[in-house]
Write a protein that binds this ligand. Structure first.
Ligand SMILES: [Zn+2]
Length: 74
C-alpha cells in the first residue's frame, strides 16, 4: 500500500497516510481540513546512472551466448 505524505494548507501540519486508492479522501489529522497537499514521495536520492550499467550483450548479440558460435546464429 502506498504511503503518502501530506501537508495541511490550513494549519501546516504534515502527516503521512496510507492511501488505498486515488479516490480516498484525506483530511488533516489535526484540524480535519480536507485542504491538504500531497507531497512528492521521497524515494532513493540520486538514483542510478544508466551509463554505469554493467550489462553488456554477449559476443553473439542475438542470444547472449558467452562465446561466439554457441548458438550457431553468427
Ligand atoms: Zn490542518
Amino acid at each position: 500500500m502506498p504511503l503518502f505524505e501530506y501537508k495541511c494548507r490550513e494549519c501546516g501540519t504534515m502527516f503521512e497516510k496510507i492511501v488505498a486508492s486515488s479516490t480516498t479522501r484525506v483530511a488533516c489529522k489535526k484540524c480535519q481540513s480536507s485542504k491538504v497537499d500531497k507531497l512528492l514521495p521521497v524515494f532513493a536520492v540520486g538514483g542510478t546512472s544508466r551509463s554505469q550499467a554493467s550489462f553488456e550483450p554477449g559476443p553473439c548479440g542475438a542470444c547472449g551466448a558467452p562465446e561466439r558460435g554457441m548458438c550457431g546464429m553468427d
